[in-house]
Every structure is written in structure tokens, then in C-alpha cells.
Design a protein around this ligand. Structure first.
Ligand SMILES: Cc1cc2nc3c(=O)[nH]c(=O)nc-3n(C[C@H](O)[C@H](O)[C@H](O)COP(=O)(O)OP(=O)(O)OC[C@H]3O[C@@H](n4cnc5c(N)ncnc54)[C@H](O)[C@@H]3O)c2cc1C
Length: 641
């Protein structure tokens, strides 16, 4: 079903270079004395949520910040390894704001909004200044200036990093800024609290229902605006590089309250993860893309070659990325690297016991630079690899295979980062973001911090000054109704008393979406997957077993609510993937490929953002389209050759 509402992104007119300045000047302001009269809810304390809460607190708003972990420091952002992009051009290697903008639009396979991406590139330089001022210990060169390395999809070195722990160090910076505001009484933290519903009153987002995960207590929080910064939904696939707790519940429940969900099928498969080793594994581990700076990817030329890697002579190895893409080599974007790894494994040239692996080999780099330099650059990643596989990557090549890692889709937002529900803003990985159909490495941290430090402080003020939300309390009928509905939802899960664990449902869902809505997709596979997911949903509501009660810590109950949402979202992902009859970025439909096996877009028919609206659990979702225009970076067949 196609909806008729016009999706207006509100992009400022005029030259793109001046769009954000113009927008900021045109925005209404809240005067300092009035800011303290406003309460804002920020759900999420990762890089996007912590930076937003800290900045909004500093501005004088009353902020309530929620996270399901015991501390904001444990948000999934802490796992980010490789780095953060910025167009500082410290290397004098040809970088500029325009080039970062260009690379990101091209990298996203021409499915992102140009004005947003340009603003992201502009903000990138401020992020580094802000983080350095906070004391984030970025790697430095001998002379003291900040060091850069390269990430996929770029021919310049613009990635700032702190060893293999960039996310952790950036999060500590944002966390300190947040804690300063907690101490100042501007931000109140609600750890171990999970948002389970959005309260919408007169069409505006006015609050949330949250559950205390320790006591089980439900509570209502009202505010003048709600900001979701709840991360990505990669865990739909069960096995992913995301933290086990990462989930889609906040954005999914907001979708059910009227926010549109954009491009759900745009998910990112990262090429360098430790391969799956068994049926009962519950987590996958990323080996950062930064390793592709020095590691060379190869497989044996011969099919089924079972020799150990060091027994395979140089001329019997296929460095397939260097061979096929000489201009970018091992640093092609993630979608291209992942698809090529799958292709060589499908040909029977994969390595390791399962044959689902390729080598990432550092022997050349160790010979050239010495083991110590490699240890300094990637020591913690090498240690992690050794602990998990019991193999020493200083001596034998790593084995890697693609795995689900990031979600470009998310709630639809306009240029102000506002969803289709006025007063509901969405930041970081939770929104459909600036990355089109494929995110380039080191650009998620950039986007989360750009949204939190540099965009939301302006746009939420503009909303408050324009919409002037009236006072409401938790006893409003809509708030009471949302509270009651949440209570009933929990009771329903506990009352099923079936035979299957929530993990078994989640694992089955993950296999369906990985097989049919993963690295490559077909119309027939997607149709079958939709049928299987519907059947799984039916069984879930009849045969799930959630032990325990809702009155205290109950992790099965937490998971059950999240998996119920994942099942519904998994179906929407397949519906979206089926509707998009083209290949672009991470969305590879086997029917649409060039003779060389590259993704073949259909700009004439699919150059739009697909935003889906909820119409009830028994009805098909409604599709709304935001047409995309490319006035600066003209769509072309992406080439990294
Ligand atoms: C292993 C790994 C390595 C990565 N490395 C890089 C890298 O080097 N460079 C890069 O740019 N990107 C990297 N990424 C991607 C990047 O880390 C994420 O996209 C980014 O950190 C997401 O930040 P966020 O603030 O949007 O969300 P998150 O950090 O996921 O934070 C989500 C927050 O929302 C809270 N939350 C969620 N749901 C609820 C709810 N219902 N109620 C209350 N609170 C809720 C959580 O408690 C948490 O505080 C990596 C990702 C992975 C998995």
C-alpha cells in the first residue's frame, strides 16, 4: 500500500555549503531563562544520547536520560574500535569537506540525502576539536599532531583513532561531559530503565513509559520533547557484532505510535569479523576495518586447498580485492568487500573448517614495519583475536568472514532530525541516518556526535519555540492508556506459558533473515522469508515460555519483549527489500547485478527513501516515498577499480 502524505525533509534552499548556516539563522531560539522551564527526555546514553544530554544540560534544559545498562559508559558505542572520520586534512593528502561529502554520498550508493551529508562533513571538523578539548587521547604522530589512518571507500587518510578503542575513548569524553551536568543537577540519569512506549498527545511526542529492569516497576515520564538515541537493530539477525542488549524496542514502539520507519532493509554486513564456529554461538566479534590498512586479504587460487596458509606459495594465492579493485585494493567499501568474500567462498575457495572464511594477512606489514609497530597500531585487536581463536595473528593470518554489523535504516527524520511525530527527535544509529544504502567505516561515530553535540541543540530549541507545547501531566488519559497498554503487554508475554525459550525463537528468526535478507536477496527468498516470519510470530505468541515474574530482574522477560519487536521488524525488513527491485549498497538483489557482479541500481524508479507507516498488526504497512535529488554528486555506477 502506498501512502499519500508528502514527506518533506525541510532542506533549506540555496547553496549546500550555506544550508546549515542558513537553517541555524532561521531557527527560533529559546532564551536562557526559558530553557530551564523545559524538560527533555533523552532515551539512550551512547555517543549520540550522551553528547545530546550533556549539551542540552549545559544549555540549561532539564534533561532526563535513560539507558538500560547500569551506566552510560556501557552503551554499545564503547565497542567501536577503528576510528572516526573528519575532514581536517592534517595529512595534506587532498582531503576537504567536499571530498568527505562526496565519498559519503558515493559510498552510500546514492541513496542518502545530500544536504544532511554535507552538514555531517562540515560538523566532522568541530567534533575533533570538541573531543580533543575534552581530553580524548587520539593517537598522535611523533611531532604531536593527531595521526590519521585510512578506512574503506576513501583514498585519503582522515580517520582519527585511539588505538583500537576509539569508541570507548570518545564515550568517556561524552560521559564526563554528561556527568558534569548530572552533578550540576541539569541531567537526571535513569540507568537500568527501558523505554517500552511513547506517549503521544494531540499528535505530539510528550513522554515515555519506562520499566525499571531491577524492580520491574513501570513509570511514566512527561516532557516537552522526546529524543531517541537508542542505537541500531542489527540484533534482528541474532548473531551480530552488536552488544547482546542492543535492540529495536524504542524505535519500534515509536513506529507503532506513528513515526515512519525508513529503509529498514538497508543493513550493513561487515567484511572482517571472526567466522562463526558453532550452532550455539550467541555473539560475533568484529575485527576492525582499520586492519585493512595493513592486512592483505586473500584465499587460495585452488578450490578446496586445505594446506596451512604458510604452506601456500605466493603465486598460488589470490589477493582478490587487490586484483579486482586496484585503485582501492583492500580498502574498498564494506558492501563490496563482503560480497567478494562471499563470492570466493561460494566458489569453494574459502578457508578454515567451515570454508566460510578468508585470510587477513599481516606478514608483509610485519616484515615492512616490524612487529612492534603493528602491536602499537592494533595490539588490543590482535589480543582479542588470539583469545577467541587460540591462533596468533602475528604468526598466522587471521581468518575473517562477513557478519551483520550496522543498520543504515531507522526512524525517518527530516533535516531537523525530527520524526514524523512532532516533538520526537531521533539521533545516531536509531535514525535512518546519512549513510544511504551503505555506511562507510568510521562514519557512525561521526554521525552520532554530529547529531548530539552540534545539531539537536539547535533543532530542539527551534521546535520548543515554535510549537510551544502546552503543560501536560502523567495523569493525562493518553499517558494512562500507554501505561495500561504496557502493563497488559508484559502480562501477555508472561501468560503464554508455552514450551520454547525466547532465545530459540530469536535464533530461528536470525537464520531466516540472514539466509534471505542478508548479504544477498531474491524476490523468491524474500517472499518465503515473510511467510516463515509470520508463522514464527504466530508460534511465538502461543508457545513462548517466559519463566519468573515481572516484579523483579527478569532477563527472559526483557528479551521476550525485544524479540517480539524484532520478529515484526524482521518482516518489515523483508517487505522493504522485496519492494526495492534494484541492488544498492548493502541491499544486493541477485536479480539486479552488472555483468561483473556489482550492484545495479535503478535510479529511474528507486531513487527515494522508502518510509513505512504502521497500520495495525494485521494490516500491511503503508509506503511513503521521499524522492532524492542529487544536485552536487551525480549518480554514477560506483567504481572502486
Ligand atoms: C564492534 C563494533 C565496532 C564499531 N566500530 C566503529 C568505528 O570504529 N567507527 C565508527 O564510526 N563506528 C563504529 N561502529 C558503529 C558505532 O559504534 C555505532 O553505530 C554507534 O556507536 C551507535 O551509537 P548510538 O549512540 O547511536 O547508539 P548506542 O551506542 O548503541 O547506544 C544506545 C543507547 O540507547 C539505550 N537504549 C536502547 N534501547 C533503549 C530503551 N528501549 N530504553 C532505554 N534505553 C535504551 C542503550 O542503553 C544505550 O545507552 C562499530 C560498531 C560495532 C558493533
Amino acid at each position: 500500500m502506498t501512502g499519500t502524505m508528502k514527506l518533506d525533509a525541510g532542506i533549506p534552499s540555496g547553496p549546500i555549503e550555506q544550508a546549515w548556516d542558513k537553517a541555524r539563522f532561521d531557527m527560533k531560539l529559546v532564551n536562557p531563562a526559558n530553557k530551564r522551564r523545559h524538560t527533555l527526555l533523552v532515551v539512550g546514553s551512547g555517543l549520540a544520547g550522551a553528547s545530546a544530554s550533556a549539551t542540552l544540560g549545559e544549555l540549561g534544559y532539564n534533561v532526563k536520560c535513560f539507558c538500560f545498562q547500569d551506566s552510560p559508559r556501557r552503551a554499545h558505542s564503547i565497542a567501536a574500535q577503528g576510528g572516526i572520520n573528519a575532514a581536517k586534512n592534517y595529512q595534506n593528502d587532498g582531503d576537504s569537506i567536499y571530498r568527505l561529502f562526496y565519498d559519503t554520498v558515493k559510498g552510500g550508493d546514492f541513496r542518502s540525502r545530500e544536504a544532511n551529508v554535507y552538514r555531517l562533513a562540515q560538523n566532522s571538523v568541530h567534533i575533533i576539536d570538541q573531543c580533543v578539548a575534552q581530553g580524548v587521547p587520539f593517537a598522535r604522530e611523533y611531532g604531536g599532531s593527531l595521526e590519521n589512518r585510512s578506512f574503506g571507500g576513501a583514498q585519503v587518510s582522515r580517520t582519527f583513532y585511539a588505538r583500537g578503542q576509539t569508541g570507548q575513548q570518545l564515550l568517556l569524553g561524552a560521559y564526563q561531559a554528561l556527568e558534569r551536568q548530572v552533578d550540576a543537577g541539569q541531567v537526571t540519569m535513569f540507568p537500568r530503565s527501558e523505554m517500552l512506549d511513547l506517549i503521544v498527545i494531540d499528535g505530539q511526542a510528550r513522554g515515555i513509559v519506562a520499566r525499571n529492569l531491577i524492580t520491574g516497576q513501570l513509570s511514566v515520564h512527561m516532557a516537552d520533547a522526546v529524543i531517541l538515541a537508542t542505537g541500531g537493530y542489527g540484533n534482528v539477525y541474532y548473531l551480530s557484532t552488536n552488544a547482546k542488549g542492543s535492540n529495536a524496542t524504542a524505535i519500534w514502539r515509536a513506529y507503532k505510535r506513528g513515526a515512519l520507519f525508513a529503509n529498514p532493509c538497508f543493513t550493513q554486513i561487515h567484511p572482517t569479523c571472526i567466522p562463526v564456529s558453532g550452532d550455539y554461538q550467541s555473539k560475533l566479534t568484529l575485527m576492525s576495518e582499520s586492519l585493512r590498512n595493513d592486512g592483505r586479504i586473500w584465499v587460495p587460487k585452488k578450490k578446496g586447498d586445505k594446506r596451512r596458509p604458510n604452506e601456500i606459495p605466493e603465486d598460488e594465492r589470490d589477493y582478490y580485492l587487490e586484483r579486482k579493485y586496484p585503485a582501492f585494493g583492500n580498502l574498498v567499501p564494506r558492501d563490496v568487500a563482503s560480497r567478494n568474500a562471499k563470492a570466493v567462498c561460494d566458489e569453494g575457495r574459502g578457508v578454515g573448517e567451515t570454508g566460510l572464511g578468508v585470510y587477513l594477512d599481516f606478514s608483509d606489514a610485519i616484515r615492512r614495519l616490524g612487529e612492534q609497530t603493528i602491536r602499537e597500531r592494533y595490539g588490543n585487536l590482535f589480543d582479542m583475536y588470539q583469545r577467541i581463536t587460540d591462533e596468533d595473528p602475528y604468526k598466522v593470518p587471521m581468518r575473517i568472514y562477513p557478519a551483520i554489523h550496522y543498520t543504515m535504516g531507522g526512524l525517518w527524520v527530516d533535516y531537523q532530525l525530527q520524526s514524523t511525530i512532532p516533538g520526537l527527535f531521533v539521533l545516531g544509529e536509531a535514525n535512518f541516518s546519512d549513510h544511504g544504502a551503505n555506511r562507510l567505516g568510521a562514519s557512525a561515530l561521526m554521525q552520532g556526535l554530529s547529531d548530539g553535540y552540534f545539531i539537536i541543540p539547535y533543532t530542539v530549541g527551534n521546535y520548543l519555540a515554535s510549537a510551544k507545547p502546552a503543560k501536560v501531566t502523567g495523569s493525562h488519559p493518553e499517558a494512562l492508556a500507554a501505561f495500561a497498554a504496557t502493563q497488559q503487554g508484559i502480562a501477555k508475554l508472561l501468560a503464554i506459558k508455552g514450551k520454547r525459550t525466547v532465545d530459540s525463537f530469536h535464533r530461528e528468526l536470525g537464520k531466516i533473515v540472514w539466509d534471505d535478507c542478508g548479504m544477498s536477496r531474491t524476490a523468491a527468498g524474500l517472499k518465503e522469508a515473510i511467510g516463515k516470519i509470520r508463522a514464527l510470530r504466530e508460534e511465538f505468541w502461543q508457545n513462548l515460555n517466559v519463566p519468573g515474574s515481572s516484579d523483579d530482574l527478569n532477563q527472559s522477560l526483557e528479551k521476550a519483549a525485544r524479540v517480539a519487536d524484532f520478529i515484526e521488524l524482521g518482516e518489515l525488513m523483508c517487505i522493504d527489500a522485496l519492494e526495492r527491485n534494484e541492488s544498492c549498497g548493502g541491499h544486493f538483489r541477485e536479480e539486479y547485478q552488472t555483468p561483473e557482479g556489482e550492484a545495479q541500481r535503478d535510479d529511474q524508479h528507486y531513487s527515494y527513501v522508502a518510509a513505512w507507516g504502521y497500520t495495525g498488526s494485521a494490516n500491511p504497512p503503508e509506503l511513503y516515498k521521499e524522492p532524492l535529488e542529487f544536485a552536487y554528486v551525480h549518480p554514477s555506477q560506483r567504481s572502486y577499480k
